[in-house]
Design a binder for this molecule. Structure first.
Ligand SMILES: [Zn+2]
Length: 599
């Protein structure tokens, strides 16, 4: 996006940026080759290698061609490419319709203007009475149940967004308050449809409807879910002689449910949302080991080659103009690591005792899709894989030479090996955990010892500015050589690395909000973002550099406009995640990294 290739250049070269410069391929790991691979993979021509895109396939072909040149054996029968299907999104299909009949007056709402479908809505065609079910919560453990004493079987319910403790950022209701969860509860109670509305509290003048955006989970089947504008809910309440704002205030102040059946209101709801199936690809080849006893043991060396495309998913870029997310560090750098290692090992394949699989995954940025598919559909049984080595973002070693290794506790052999092969004097940081936000996680889930190499995050992470010119190729060469030494050692030493089950820290994803940051919100502030009145002493927030007076505007992938955005953003993380936080401080934007704690 930033570099415009002059026309004359295109006319000379069949593929601009294609690695044609190195006529004789140097089997060694060289910074020249590293640069040339990254330059091509992260070129504008490949448009950010979005999973399932044409350009993603072009990248797969490039990798395949390299593997073939090095002499790797195709892993999937006679192919290097393993296609897998995934759901890339949802779309409205068929008929979507919402009609209210209030005191015999028929009102049809316009989709996208007056209401939207939830992206996770089931497909239904229903007609029934309308029941107001408060906040749609049924939480006996918190002694609160909007469904108490009310029958919603085969009825359509109208529920408010959020929860009665909307002004408490640490409300215990939060983990029950998502649209999805409320929809699931309504279905459990027998409702055939759920209609959401933004209440008057917390104050929300925009009355923004939920985004129709695939959230990477399947639909809540058998119940229709829509979100209507508040002014329409006002008229529904008015038809009952009630005022929505007052009603909500009383409900919340008393913390008592106040559900009721609407009199003389009928609703017709048709919802039709379809998942869009798409195909993407992993690319893999292998080298067979020579030791008769050990050749059926495999080491997997992998990296993902997909990235964010134009920023469709997961981008931290906040500009209005879509831009190519080139993903030089994330993860052309790791993909290049796989290529360079494949080339080097292929040149010395006679020395190998165990076999080595070289694999690049796509779908990583959408949730480890490619590696998750591979571990379930590998031509090589997972029980014969002794180690998985993953590289994701290895091109930006900092001045302090800090190299981060995850999975360091997943075999008792790792730490000694990592230290004893550290001839490049990296400042190594070990994290024991074998789970984490990249593809090694899929393998650790299969009880395979893993090592994940990472040079750390930076301000260009998941932004269009993650470009080739910021890659430190000389340092990346050292990192790859280090990984080579480790892999060679594992391949040729006598013992198979043992597997260690690292006790898993409580994960926020499974159990709700368990992440600790230590921010103290300023409830009095009326600003766009989350203003902090302070941070707790010794907390992750303080260590990350957050201060009282800061206005948080972004947390990880999430824009923060209010305390709720922050609460939901936290729910997406687990203790140990390093999250980029952007705050406004004296009218300047400051980027900070916060390593999340556990509560
Ligand atoms: Zn990555």
């Amino acid at each position: 996006m930033k570099k415009i290739i002059p026309l004359f250049f295109i006319s000379i070269l069949p593929f601009s940026g294609f690695c044609q410069g190195e006529n004789e391929n140097n089997p060694d790991i060289t910074s020249n080759e590293i640069k040339s691979h990254i330059k091509y993979l992260a070129s504008d021509e490949l448009k950010g290698r979005f999973t399932g895109s044409e350009e993603c396939y072009t990248a797969a072909e490039y990798i395949q061609k390299e593997f073939s040149n090095y002499g790797l054996v195709p892993l999937f029968d006679d192919s290097y490419i393993q296609p897998f299907s995934f759901i890339s999104g949802v779309e409205l299909s068929g008929e979507n319709y919402l009609e209210f009949n209030i005191n015999n007056e028929k009102l049809i709402l316009n989709i996208s203007e007056e209401y939207v479908n939830a992206s996770f809505s089931g497909n239904v065609n229903v007609e029934s009475n309308l029941v107001f079910a408060g906040y749609g919560l049924s939480t006996p453990s918190l002694n609160y149940d909007d469904y108490e004493n009310i029958d919603v079987k085969d009825k359509i319910v109208l529920v408010l967004r959020y929860n009665p403790e909307y002004d408490n950022p640490h409300s215990q209701f939060d983990e029950y308050s998502s649209f999805r969860q409320k929809t699931t509860v309504a279905r459990e109670k027998g409702a055939s449809g759920i209609i959401f509305v933004n209440g008057y509290y917390p104050k929300d003048d925009e009355d923004k409807l939920m985004d129709f955006k695939y959230d990477r989970a399947s639909a809540v089947a058998d119940i229709g879910a829509v979100h209507i504008k508040r002014n329409f809910a006002d008229s529904l309440f008015k038809s009952q002689g009630l005022n929505l704002a007052e009603y909500q205030k009383i409900m919340s102040d008393s913390l008592r449910p106040a559900s009721f059946v609407f009199k003389n209101v009928k609703v017709k709801m048709k919802t039709s949302v379809m998942e869009i199936q798409n195909t993407s690809w992993n690319v893999a080849g292998y080298l067979k080991g020579n030791d008769p006893e050990l050749k059926d043991e495999y080491i997997v060396i992998g990296a993902h080659f997909d990235h964010l495309g134009m920023g469709e998913v997961g981008s931290l870029y906040r500009g209005d103009e879509p831009q190519i997310h080139n993903g030089a560090d994330d993860n052309a750098s790791g993909t290049t690591g796989v290529l360079e290692l494949a080339e080097k090992f292929a040149n010395e394949k006679d020395k190998l005792k165990r076999s080595i699989i070289f694999i690049t995954f796509s779908g990583e940025e959408l949730g480890l899709l490619g590696s998750a598919y591979f571990v379930e559909n590998s031509p090589v049984p997972m029980a014969t894989v002794s180690t998985m080595i993953n590289m994701d973002m290895i091109g930006r070693l900092n001045e302090k030479d800090e190299l981060i290794v995850y999975g360091a506790g997943t075999s008792s052999a790792w730490k000694d090996l990592l230290d004893s092969t550290n001839s490049y004097n990296f400042n190594l940081t070990f994290h024991d955990d074998g789970y984490g936000p990249s593809d090694h996680s899929s393998f650790y889930g299969k009880n395979i010892p893993v090592l994940f190499f990472f040079t750390g995050t930076h301000p260009d992470y998941h932004r269009p500015s993650d470009d080739t010119d910021k890659i430190n190729t000389a340092d990346e060469e050292k990192v790859i050589k280090y990984v080579y030494d480790i892999a060679f050692n594992i391949d040729t030493t006598v013992g198979k690395p043992d597997y260690v089950n690292v006790p898993r820290k409580d994960t926020g994803r499974a159990t709700g909000w368990k992440v600790y940051v230590g921010t103290i919100p300023d409830y009095a502030a009326n600003v766009e973002g989350l203003k902090l009145s302070g941070v707790n002493e010794g907390s992750p927030a303080q260590k990350g550099g957050l201060q009282g007076g800061d206005i948080m505007i972004s947390f990880g992938n999430r824009k923060i406009s209010n305390i709720y955005d922050y609460v939901y953003a936290l729910k997406e993380h687990v203790p140990g995640d390093v999250v980029e936080v952007i705050v406004k401080r004296n009218d300047e934007e400051v980027k900070l990294q916060v390593e999340l704690g556990a509560r």
